[in-house]
Design a protein around this ligand. Sequence first.
Ligand SMILES: N[C@@H](CCC(=O)N[C@@H](CS)C(=O)NCC(=O)O)C(=O)O
Length: 720
Amino acid sequence: MAAVLILSNINTKFRILHLKRSFSYRNFSYLHSKRKILNSFTPSTYQIQKSSTIHKKCKQERPSIGGSILALALKKVPQAAPKSQLVRGCFHPGASIISRDTLPLDSQKVTGTQMIQAMLQYIWPKNDQQIRDRVKLSVALLVSAKIVNVSVPFLFKYVVDYLNANAALNMESAPSTVATVATSLLLGYGIARAGAAGFNELRNAVFAKVAQHSIRKIAKNVFLHLHNLDLNFHLQRQTGALSKTIDRGSRGINFVLSAMVFNVVPTIFELTMVSTILWLNCGGSFAGIALGCVGIYTVYTLAVTQWRTKFRVYMNQAENEAGNKAIDSLINYETVKYFNNEKYEAEKYDVSLKKYEDASLKTSSSLALLNFGQNAVFSAAMSAIMILASREILQGNMTVGDLVMVNGLLFQLSIPLGFLGSVYREVRQALIDMQTMFTLMTMDSAIKSKPNAPYLHVDTKKSDIKFENLAFEYGPGKEIFRDLNLTIPPGKKVAIVGGSGSGKSTLVRLLYRFYEPNAGRILIGNQDIREVDIESLRRSIAIVPQDSVLFHDTIKHNLHYGDLNASEDDVIRAAKMAEIHDSIIHWPKGYETQVGERGLKLSGGEKQRVAIARAILKNSPILIFDEATSSLDSITEANILKALKNATQGRTSICIAHRLSTIMDADEIYVLEHGAIVDRGSHNSLLQNPNGLYYKLWHTQNHSRSIPIVEPKKSPLLEK
Ligand SMILES: N[C@@H](CCC(=O)N[C@@H](CS)C(=O)NCC(=O)O)C(=O)O
């Protein structure tokens, strides 16, 4: 199948824009403007052809984005090409991709055997005897349940035969004995039925701990693994998709385990027992009917399930689409109101609901067809086996009890098989989900500590920070630094200023090892940060980021996050230093106030002050303020600058700033432009140079800032 896939790496994220069977370049602008993103594109492997031709055309037509748009003619191929052919978003003819957002491009697909091995590690753990004992007990209970279950039709047979034989005799001779025997057999029948159910339930209870324990361990390991992957990985992936991967993957494990232990293995065991019994007791043709029935039933069920699965996929897609639209619309509640677009939003939501409705109807009607067919197969088999039995009875080879028994055995078999289609569908999906999750586990972080890396030691009096011949680019054509040299003296407050895109924040990311430089090195107290333990490096640096995002928890928890071992007094002290304490105590629940999702209930200034308090609490020798006062009004800013001054005392601090008024007191100011230092000095000395960038920035900002006097923003929490 020839297909066209257009990918864009705008925002460093590959997106599938459109997939078509045939492609003409004239469609390109249209497709690009449509930006159809097929998130739910099923994982397949495509071979890339003629990419260079189409890419060239894209470049001519849309020079501004040509470099980042790749239009690829693809052909489906059975196997993925080596991952080395896929380099930094550059696709070469002949290379292949796994086109699913959640599957990492640079990871290896996990095979079925590897998945089974991984699962076995959890359900048969080497050093957990308790779990192993539970598995053994579950298997014993499974076998017992099935043996008892198969004995039920036998007991029924004996009762029928016994009553049949004795009803024909003179009942007056020993009526009480007949009644006692029949009653005992029927009681045995009841006990056996209850016993089989009891064993089944006991097995479920015993095995539940094994399954849940495994899921917990796997989910925790995946979660930890995700935290250990580098920032670049996280920026390229939707966080929602990652959490879904863990969620679906661990649910998949649960499902596969449960299906195997509670359904597939017991049913195969029961089928083997039933056909053996029928063959030994009644003959080969009886066993043949049972096996034939289950065979036809299985083929029919799998075929119909395969056909109807697409309706469920559409249904789920439409459900997700509707859910996303509802969430997006409700998150944008204020924007919707600003433009009176409630009806438009409702219509948009209804489009997805309609898709859901259509798919849902197809799901139900195809389910009815499946159920009917399954029933018909078993009914036909039961009729056939009973006709055969009745003939044997008439010939005197079998009893009426035997007829009841064969009926019972076949009927009992139909019960677990009643869910075969669902089990098949869910297991297939679970295997895909598990594969996505385990594939994620094969990803390695691009940035990590070397084995036995020494801890970083920072002496605030001696350890300077040096950026030596630094070169860095976020990707091809996105160069930030070419040959940057910069020294931050120990214990001093250094400011880095410049326009947006000059590379200020990138410096912080490189220092924190969120990214690795392409050339050059960064030294703290003459220790190359690439050679030291990454955790010790990050412990030595406290950052107040540009966008402070808070956890959906209390304000106290969010402050405490700076140092989870700090005392409550320390938390309050940090809050006071960051000038947020007075606001908090006026909120209805004080420090116990919930901040809302991502700190939604707090104003920008409040969030930044929380971030400052957290950084103060972290108490690291190096402090970085990355545009930390950008969301503060003038009055709060003035108050907070004093707090910052206290916090930075005796530490090496770097203030990244756009607003120059916040860094006037810095010991040294570096002016950055297009990734190079164009000016340096103190505030006063820099203002002596009327041709310098600092001079221009200062006068532009002072002119615009002298007009408004901004009142401090009220907290949204106080307004409620
Ligand atoms: N007999 C069918 C259906 C069994 C059934 O009722 N499955 C439940 C889930 S355990 C269900 O809700 N199915 C809905 C569907 O398959 O669309 C089969 O073998 O799959």
